[in-house]
Structures are given as C-alpha cells and as structure tokens.
Write a protein that binds this ligand. Structure first.
Ligand SMILES: NC(=O)c1ccc[n+]([C@@H]2O[C@H](COP(=O)([O-])OP(=O)(O)OC[C@H]3O[C@@H](n4cnc5c(N)ncnc54)[C@H](O)[C@@H]3O)[C@@H](O)[C@H]2O)c1
Ligand SMILES: NCCCC=O
Length: 485
C-alpha cells in the first residue's frame, strides 16, 4: 500500500503536479525506522526548463498587481496552513524525523507566520520622494524578477516559506529546490499557495541534488539565488551566482557561542543550552554548540544539565510524548557519531550520552562534553547533531576573544543577570542573530542571518524585503534643461 507521505508527483510546476520518471529516483527514508516511505525523481533538464520558463513568464503580471492583492493571497495561504497544521506537521515529521511535539509548533506555524507577515507588508512597499529644489527624485521599490530558492533538510516547510513569502510579496516568481533529503513538504507549500489563489507559474518546486541546484543558479534568466545550506555549498553557489551578477542571500552554517556568566540563573541557562543544542536533535544552524561557562558555576551547571538532559524522551517521533528524534539520515548519524569519537579521543570529558541509542532508526543520544578546549575538533567544526561542548572561562575579555575565534558568525547568546554586561558583551560578539537570557528564538519579525562565513543577507523582518527587491530612482526636472552646447 502507498504510504500517506508519498506525494502525487515529484514536481509542482505552473500550478500543477508534474512527473518525469526519467530523472534519478530519490528515496525518502523515514529516519525513525529506516523504512522507505516515498520516492521522488530528480528534475531532468526538461523539468528544469519547464519550471524556469513558466516562472519567467508568470512574473511580470504578478509584479503589476497591487501589493495588497498579492498580500491577500499570501495571507489566505497562511490561514490554510494553520487550518492544516496537524496534517502538515505529521508530514514534516515523516520528511525529517523531528518529533511531532516540535513540528506542531515550529514548522507549518512558522511558515504561516512568514506568509502572514509578508502578506501584510506587501501593500506597504513604497518608494520615497526626495525634494531637489524645484526638481525632485522619486524612488520605486521593484521586484528582482525570477528567484531561485534552495533548501537544507532541517526545516523543509519553514525554509520553503521563509524564501517564498518575501519573494512573492515583492512581486517575484520562484523556483524552489528542496533538499534531496527532505523533498516532501515544499510540494504542500506550493499546493496551498495555489489553492489560496496564487496564479500558476509563480511558485514552482522541483526536486534534485546539487546538479539541479547548480543548473538553476547558472541559468541566465535567474535574477536572485537564496540558499540555505552549508558553508562549502554556499561558497560554490555564491561564486556561481556572482559569475552571472545575481543577487544572493546565503543562510549558512555556524559554530555559535553561548556564554554563561557566574551570576546567571542556572535553571534558565541550562534551558537555553538545551534549546540551543538539542532542539531538532541538534540539527539547527544557529545552535550555540560552544557553551562557555564561567568557572564559578561550572559544576552546578553541568550537574543540572545532565539531570535535565536525562529527561529527554527518545521514541516514535509521531508520538506527541516524544521530545527527541533521530538524525535525519543514517549518514548524518554516522557523521555525528564520528565527532563524538573524536571528542573522546581528544580528551573531552563525557558528561552524558555519547553513543547511538539502542533502538531502531538513526538516533544519537543527546551528548554533553565538558572540559572542551578551543582547539578540539568538536569545538571548531559544525557537527549538526546533538553534541554540546562545554568550555570553561575566567574573564569577560577572554571569553569574547575566544567566542569570536571562528570563521563562523551566525548566532551568539549571553546569560547573565547584569544587563550592562549583557549588552556590552553582545555588542562585541561577531554574530548576526543574538540572544540575551534566551536562545534560538526566530520570530518572523526579527532579522535572521549570519556574518563572516555564516552568510550574506537576512531572512525574515523588513530586512528580507530589501533582499528580494531593488530600488529604481527617477530624477524629475521641472524646468528647462541646460546643456554646454
Ligand atoms: N543559516 C541558516 O538559516 C541555515 C538554516 C538551516 C541549515 N543551515 C545549514 O545547512 C547545512 C545542513 O544542510 P544540508 O546538509 O542540506 O546542506 P548542503 O549544503 O549539503 O545542501 C543545501 C542545499 O544545496 C544544494 N546544493 C548542493 N550543492 C549545490 C550546488 N553546487 N549548487 C546548488 N545547490 C547545491 C543541496 O542539494 C541542498 O538542497 C548546515 O551547515 C546548516 O548549518 C543553515
Ligand atoms: N528555527 C530557525 C532554524 C533556522 C536554522 O536552522
């Protein structure tokens, strides 16, 4: 019998599902059991062409509609997503393995927030009037044209919406390629947008691996590329986009610092460290995986952390009582287990976890290492799994320098009851998305993105509008034109 997660077809183009079984088959594996639950096919060159030409053709009429008309469709799509939250969350759980307890509150709901927020902004995208004596300049905020979105596998619904909603609000069209690991959820986003009244051709989803992504990025009809992925992929995609002088947004990886001072509320700091390391089984780009703890509270912090981590419920992700799911794939599990072995070999002290869980599926126990030093592999490389490194520090000055000593700069957090110190420290941290006495909040109203190797541009908030539109300026002369001859 066909699994309920099997989509009607692999691609969604020009307002309808499209299949082309000549493409490479992509198995969809449910991470909690290892069972194949669906198959999609990578886009053939014919499918890539169909998606790009349809998106190119549809965009101009969409940009001519008023922002209010465009926004109404996005807000309708948000309402449908909220009505279907349970069904979409179950699918997200099949796609990623993340527990339903999480997907019910963090995925379709976050996608709906983006559609609602950018739908609300669409009618207010105006230019300005600049007086120049009796002459004047006016500016117009215009769409970029045809945008490509390429997604990572940890938040397939959210990424499809975080890119699609601002792109469409500004009058662009989009071809979105989900990660080949989680190809299912973006198709539902496309289906819902069209059900809400989006004209055909404006939001298309095609499947495939890196080659399909590369074919999209290098196509001369494409005006903008927004990638969520790793730093190595980001470097390739950014270079390819630059060759065609395209706009980019790069949402990439991180190895973010979370700094806990002696005066912090220990219970809150432990909660922040758990949210910043074990949510989505550690598969979150902004995770604060280098937890710097001031020596005075180190042992108290570790004891409470081990106790609370021991309360994680590993199990069937579709059971709402489960609070901790598997790694997305067997490969990702093996990468994470490899890092855990490295941590042990390099002399970090294992506080809890440290191995594959004894159950079916790709589960790795939530793992905490203490006495981690800055040079250890687990403190330098992005693991993208449930492995927390706890490092000691003495002074504020020292911890700021060590926190910044990385190529990455996505996020950073500080826990302290001294608010002058909190702002002083955050002000010196090289990171794009920061937290004080909290960790990993990502509301649509706040800009999200990194500095240094972690990325270029911002998603969410009014900032995202700047990255999906451009400004035309028009000088208007009211008098005669003077010329030299
Ligand atoms: N900053 C953020 O917002 C954010 C959010 C989620 C994940 N991430 C990062 O994503 C990474 C994990 O996701 P992943 O393993 O799917 O990343 P990845 O870099 O392997 O792949 C990302 C996407 O890029 C595509 N791709 C690969 N090569 C390409 C090429 N040459 N041209 C065009 N597209 C290409 C892949 O098919 C996939 O869809 C982590 O590093 C994580 O930190 C960042
Ligand atoms: N909820 C924000 C997740 C973004 C990165 O993985």
């Amino acid at each position: 019998m066909t699994h309920p997660a099997q989509p009607k077809a692999s691609h969604f183009i020009n307002g309808a599902y499209v299949e082309d079984t000549a493409g490479t088959p992509i198995p969809v594996i449910y991470a909690a059991t290892g069972e194949q639950i669906a198959t999609v096919y990578a886009a053939t060159p014919a499918i890539v062409e169909q998606a790009l030409s349809t998106a190119k053709a549809a965009q101009k009429a969409w940009a001519k509609m008023t922002g209010t008309e465009r926004g109404r469709i996005l807000r309708r799509a948000a309402d449908i997503m909220r009505e279907r939250n349970h069904e979409l969350s179950v699918l997200e759980t099949y796609d990623t393995g993340k527990p339903l307890q999480e997907t019910l509150v963090a995925d379709a709901t976050s996608g709906a927030d983006a559609l609602e927020y950018f739908g609300g902004l669409a009618g207010s995208l105006t230019g300005e009037h600049i007086p120049m004596g009796e002459d004047w300049v006016y500016t117009v905020r215009e769409a970029l044209g045809l945008c490509v979105g390429i997604g990572a596998w940890n938040y397939p619904t959210q990424i499809a919406c975080w890119k699609g909603a601002p792109a469409l609000a500004c009058g662009n069209s989009m071809v979105f390629k989900p990660s080949e690991t989680t190809p299912l959820c973006a198709l539902k986003v496309a289906e819902i947008l069209h059900e809400a009244g989006l004209p055909a051709g404006l939001y298309n989803v095609i499947q495939g691996m890196g080659e399909v992504g590369a074919a999209l990025v290098t196509d001369p009809r494409v005006d903008k590329v927004s990638l969520t992925g790793s730093v190595p992929t980001g470097k390739k995609v950014y270079a390819a986009a630059a060759a065609g002088m395209k706009h980019v947004t790069m949402e990439l990886g991180g190895k973010s610092p979370l700094i806990i001072f002696d005066d912090a509320d220990v219970e809150n700091a432990v909660g922040g460290a758990i949210n910043g390391n074990f949510y989505s089984s550690g598969q979150v780009c902004s995770n604060g995986t280098r937890v710097f703890v001031q020596k005075g509270i180190k042992e108290k912090f570790l004891a409470r952390l081990a106790e609370r981590t021991g309360a994680a419920v590993l199990g069937d992700p579709q059971d709402e009582a489960t609070s901790f799911g598997p790694m997305v794939t067997e490969n990702q599990m093996n990468i994470v287990l490899g890092y855990i072995e490295k941590g042990k070999e390099e002399g970090a002290r294992l506080i809890c976890g440290g191995k594959r869980a004894d159950m079916p599926g790709f589960f790795v126990e939530p793992t905490v290492f203490a006495d981690v030093t800055d040079d250890m592999t687990i403190a330098r490389e992005e693991i993208f799994g449930p492995v927390m490194s706890v490092l000691d520090f003495d002074t504020e000055e020292e911890v700021i320098a060590r926190a910044n000593d990385t190529e990455f700069g996505l996020s950073a957090g500080v826990f302290t009851n001294d608010f002058s110190r909190a702002h002083r420290v955050i002000g010196q941290l090289e990171a794009g998305s920061c937290f004080i006495n909290s960790y990993n909040d990502a509301p649509v109203e706040a800009p999200f993105g990194g500095v240094k190797a972690s990325g270029v541009g911002r998603e969410n908030s009014k900032e995202a509008i700047k990255h999906f539109s451009q400004v035309k300026s028009v000088y208007v002369r009211m008098g005669d034109v003077e010329a030299a001859f």
